[in-house]
Design a protein around this ligand. Structure first.
Ligand code: IVH
Length: 676
């Protein structure tokens, strides 16, 4: 190694070590060295940085005073994209997977599979330079994630610096794995949440994600998160030839890894899956399936990847966990469009790590088919491991059972008539916005993220505003009487001022969002976007007739009828007039539609320098067609700088601002894949 290479290595090492000490001192309040010893290291780094005329990053310990965390959740581009896994739900799909792999390789080539439990947490990518942790980022969209470096330091199973006898560590390497919350940490956290009158987390995965995305790193440190490594990104191929070797190396470097198995036959694989399914409840963390990967890296490479997942790996998901309990009552919930959903209220039970006491019975047909009655023993599960549902009833001794729950004739909330449209499964309350349940749901939808997106306007507030009569129609959202709200408990000056500001901020809205916000039946985001593009302004949409509506891609009878119904109702017409009179400005959509799920959609990029393979203007047009914003100058709001040859001042500015910079090769990759 040359002197300057040595210096560079030491610089990286010192930065890593000092950042670790800063974290111990300022976040954990538990310094590991004396102030004097710290100063010696800091001075050494200062001197090396002075002597080596490379730009000093803003987050170097020499540039920060005390503990100066990275900007909260700044975006980070992964050096290599983070792929996802294809899912299998049956043995047959595993058979297919194995056959495809064999076909993709030589006929008589032996394939060894490695089996790993699929941890239910969130994927993280960590970048180490010269053995020191430089940053950690969430998976994000697979290409760009969020910087969570400070928070990752308290997660167990992650070394801050890498060193091990016999392991040749590449100068730059990405290590990947799952951050998860052990069952014990999860139970303790939810106990604390409840004691503090806060909402409990729905499951350990959500709790892990929420805990990692904390602005205050000491909050994360108190949550007991843990980590398992299962992959490498950049440079992973350098220090192992197979997945099992790589895991052994990672374990030697101090990363936590899981127990795995090496298997060849289909029988062995399916058997292994069964064994772990049986073990699942007794593990101290949640797993939701098994991952089977071709072990050999060369074979992996030959098999390659499709759109978003490698061909050589497959997640075989476990069926949802089923649990028994007793039904105590059957109630009806009224949704946004007035649909009445029967709900079983049950003795609380733990299902896949979460206390469940309510489960949907979907609609009256389902209620009749499953014949669920009060007092019945039922089997429940969490569909997709999220929404609880009743699978079946158990005790069917007719004589001892309660009578079937009658179908309501009146809305349980507003006592309006209830009707069932022909050919529809759903019962519907005819009260419209006069029904407080419907109004509340409409308000929640109106202010939600994909609609008006009013920050700080959550479900609780919507419920209270309707309950207290502050909101009687949607336009009242922009007419709130803050003096009155101010007198409510928990609504102090600061909260009111923020809410006022957030509502004020959203008086301008794109046509697509506006149409979606109205909550017209059958009009979701995609239809709203298509309508906005076709009509260009609200008046044109309001005046459209059936033929014109049916002429739009994807708009069928149902949707067009629903639109006509909506716009011909005097009540809705008045509401639109009222909203416009309140100063709501509906803007035509100027950004072209994203063509699919591209990782850059919605991001702002800047192009600079000259490109060898395509003209800059062509790159710009193609990016815009994907729904990417292409800006001309680098600023704080730039997400990525795409730099060609001879990039000058823009590149320097991006470096100063810590903005991700990628080259033409990455640009070409992005333009080829319109799916993440
Ligand atoms: S490998 C190239 N291995 O599952 C494949 N993923 O559904 C990259 N996960 O994003 C992933 N346990 O968050 C892999 N042993 C394991 C895993 C695992 C959990 C998660 C990970 C990934 C998701 C894909």
């Amino acid at each position: 190694m040359t002197d300057s290479a040595h210096a560079l290595q030491r610089i990286h090492q010192l930065r890593g070590i000092l950042k670790g000490h800063n974290y111990r001192y300022y976040v954990l309040n538990a310094p590991a060295i004396s102030d004097a010893a710290y100063d010696v290291l800091l001075r050494e780094l200062e001197q090396l940085e002075q002597e080596n005329a490379q730009p000093i990053p803003v987050d170097s310990p020499t540039q920060t005073v005390g503990f100066n965390p990275n900007p909260a959740f700044a975006s980070k581009t992964h050096a290599l994209p983070m792929l996802s896994l294809a899912n299998a739900f049956s043995d047959a799909e595993i058979t297919d997977f194995m056959r495809r792999n064999q076909q993709g390789l030589l006929e008589n080539e032996t394939i060894t599979y490695i089996a790993e439990p699929k941890v239910d947490g969130l994927a993280i990518n960590m970048y180490y330079a010269f053995g020191q942790l430089v940053y950690a980022a969430t998976r994000g969209d697979g290409v760009i994630g969020e910087d969570v470096t400070d928070n990752i330091r308290s997660v167990s199973g992650i070394p801050w610096s890498l060193a091990a006898d016999g392991v040749d560590i590449p100068e730059h390497i990405e290590i990947r794995g799952e951050v998860y919350m052990p069952k014990a940490s999860f139970a303790a956290l939810n106990k604390r949440q409840q004691a503090a009158d806060l909402k409990p987390f729905a499951n350990p995965r959500n709790a892990a994600a929420g805990s990692l995305r904390q602005l205050d790193a000491s909050v994360t440190a108190g949550r007991g998160l843990a980590f398992f490594a299962y992959a490498t990104g950049l440079a992973g191929d350098v220090f192992a030839q197979s997945q099992h070797q790589m895991l052994a190396q990672l374990a030697a470097l101090g990363f936590a890894t899981q127990e795995t198995g090496l298997l060849q036959s289909e029988d062995a694989i399916l058997q292994y899956y069964q064994t772990w399914q049986a073990k699942r409840p007794s593990l101290d963390y949640e797993i939701d399936g098994m991952v089977f990967k071709v072990d050999d890296f060369q074979q992996q490479q030959q098999l390659g990847a499709v759109a978003r997942s490698p061909r050589w790996a497959m997640a075989y998901k476990f069926p949802a966990e089923e649990v028994e309990t007793v039904v105590e009552a059957i109630t009806w919930q009224v949704g946004r469009t007035g649909v009445l959903t029967p709900v079983a209220n049950m003795l609380p039970v733990l299902v896949a790590g979460v206390m469940v006491s309510r489960a949907t019975l979907h609609n009256i047909q389902e209620l009749a088919r499953k014949d669920v009655r009060i007092g019945d023993r039922v089997v429940i599960r969490r569909a997709g491991d999220v929404i609880p549902e009743v699978v079946r009833t158990l005790s069917l001794q007719a004589a001892h059972r309660a009578p079937a729950t009658p179908v309501p004739k009146l809305c349980p909330v507003c006592a309006s008539a209830v009707a069932q449209a022909e050919g529809e499964a759903a019962l519907r309350c005819l009260g419209g916005l006069a029904c407080s349940a419907q109004l509340t749901e409409r308000v929640k939808h109106f202010v939600s993220r994909d609609a008006f997106d009013i920050e700080g306007f959550g479900a609780k507030l919507a419920e209270k505003l309707v309950e207290k009569g502050q909101i009687k129609r949607l336009s009242d959202v922009f007419k709130l009487d803050f003096a009155i709200i101010n007198t409510w408990e928990g609504m102090g000056e600061k909260k009111i001022a923020n809410l006022k500001q957030h509502i004020q901020d959203k008086r301008k809205i794109s046509l697509a969002r506006f149409i979606y916000a109205l909550g017209i039946r059958h009009v979701g985001q995609t239809t709203a976007r298509q309508l906005a593009q076709h009509f260009g302004d609200l008046a044109a949409l309001q005046q459209a007739n059936v033929e014109e509506l049916l002429g739009i891609h994807d708009v069928g009878e149902e949707v067009s009828q629903s639109l006509l119904d909506f716009f011909t109702q005097a009540y809705n017409q008045d509401e639109l007039v009222a909203l416009l009179a309140l100063g709501i400005e509906v803007l035509p959509d100027d950004t072209p539609e994203p063509s699919g799920n591209h990782p850059l959609v919605g991001k702002t990029v800047v192009l600079t320098g000259s490109f060898a393979r395509m003209k800059r203007s062509a790159a710009k047009t193609q990016l815009q067609q994907l729904g990417v914003k292409v800006a001309s100058a680098v600023s704080q709001s730039t997400d990525v700088l795409i730099a060609g040859e001879k990039a000058g001042s823009k590149r320097k500015k991006a470096l100063d601002l810590g903005i991700d910079i990628v080259d033409e090769a990455q640009l070409l990759l992005w333009l080829q894949s319109d799916v993440a």
